[in-house]
Design a protein around this ligand. Structure first.
Ligand code: G3P
Ligand code: CA
Length: 366
């Protein structure tokens, strides 16, 4: 950041609140605020905490625990030599430094790839995990929502997943759920292991005129416990009808607080999100610091992160003293700072969208 502008920012913040620069720095994950659940709604970290770490890696799964999610979701596919690996796309191109279809590569070939650097250099060396590794590492720590991804490419994958669960005595575990967009395969998995809860994923192309019908719900209820639709397919009536069919619903994929609140009002049972922090914490300047810490040194420089955190310390102080006028004043000043940082390429667009979304949300509250 231009040093004159930085000085002006610092002067404005410090002059509004003399002691703010002496406030203690927030801890790395602000675990005090992250451990308190906002509601009973289940918090499911999508592909791990994939807003804050490379999807479907140990780093993302570990972070879903750190951010106090109840479950993490993963995508399982099969290598050429029959290993169950965790990756979303049917090729390795987007999320690794390799190329080619998962089904055409051996496990050793996939295992040699870097699955972290595409997200951020600090995650270099992350590997594509296996389902077995995830089960062994997390079975006692957090629930696991297993998506059978594009199972038509991998005939018999449902039996292989069932075998992996049986080997670990997880075929009756309540905190393992198996879901897919391929409803036939969900039904087939249910026939193999009826005690394991199952879910049908529903995309807009699978509805009848944009609606999940009662006929579909009736059919799902014969073999599934969850109907997990794209969030845009839900409304109050559909949530009610899902519940009337004695099914639960965990919509996907939620990336902001407005959707979290809307879905909670409709009474969904869980929320599949890239940002578990949005589900189990209230919006506040303090919680925004944890987001800034995720971007710091990666998507914005430490100096620029520090400028944002100074504003947040001031806002947090006034929030605690219920001084709405001053909170609003500093939020607007923070918005101007974020705009400046974006315009001058000091902040990534992804980080900007998330942070300014939080600021607008807080402005509406005050
Ligand atoms: O769990 C729901 C969600 O993962 C489905 O969509 O494309 O992210 O696998 P996708
Ligand atoms: Ca998925």
């Amino acid at each position: 950041m231009n040093s004159t502008y930085r000085k002006a920012v610092l002067f404005a913040v410090v002059s509004f609140m003399g002691l703010v620069i002496f406030l203690p720095a927030s801890p790395a994950l602000a675990s005090d605020t992250l451990t308190s659940k906002r509601t009973e709604v289940m918090n499911i970290a999508h592909r791990g905490a994939s807003g804050q770490a490379p999807e479907n890696t140990i780093a993302a799964f570990d972070r879903s625990i750190a951010y106090d999610a109840d479950f993490f979701e993963l995508d399982v596919q099969m290598t050429k030599d029959g290993k169950l690996v965790l990756i979303h796309d049917t090729t390795v191109d987007r999320t690794t430094n390799g190329t080619g279809a998962v089904k055409d590569l051996t496990f050793d070939e996939i295992r040699a790839l870097d699955a972290g650097s595409w997200f951020d250099a600090s995650f270099a060396g992350e590997k594509v995990p296996t389902l077995e590794e995830a089960l062994d590492r997390y079975q006692d720590k957090i629930g696991i929502l297993i998506e059978l991804k594009d199972p038509h490419l991998y005939p018999g994958i449902e039996q292989k997943v069932a075998d992996a669960l049986i080997e670990r005595n997880l075929h009756q575990a309540e905190n393992i759920i198996v879901q897919s967009f391929n409803w036939d395969v969900v039904q087939s998995f249910h026939d193999i292991l009826p005690a394991v809860p199952t879910g049908v994923l529903v995309s807009s192309g699978q509805t009848i005129d944009g609606e999940i019908t009662n006929e579909q719900l009736m059919s799902f209820s014969a073999y599934a416990d969850f109907v997990n639709p794209n969030k845009s397919l839900l409304n109050q009536d559909t949530v009610n009808r899902i519940h009337e069919h004695e099914l639960k619903t965990w919509p996907y994929t939620i990336k902001d607080r407005k959707w979290v609140e809307r879905l909670m009002e409709w009474g969904v049972d869980g929320i599949i999100t890239d940002y578990p922090i949005f589900v189990n914490t209230t919006a506040s300047a303090n919680n925004m610091k944890t987001l800034v810490e995720r971007f710091e040194g990666k998507e914005l420089t430490r100096d620029d992160a520090q400028d944002i955190k100074l504003h947040l310390s001031a806002i947090s102080h006034y929030e605690q003293h219920d001084k709405g006028e001053k909170v609003v004043k500093h939020l607007n000043s923070l918005l101007a700072l974020l705009d400046y940082q974006l315009d001058h390429h000091l902040l990534s667009k992804r980080a900007y969208d998330i942070l300014q979304g939080e600021v607008h949300y807080l402005l509406e509250k005050w």
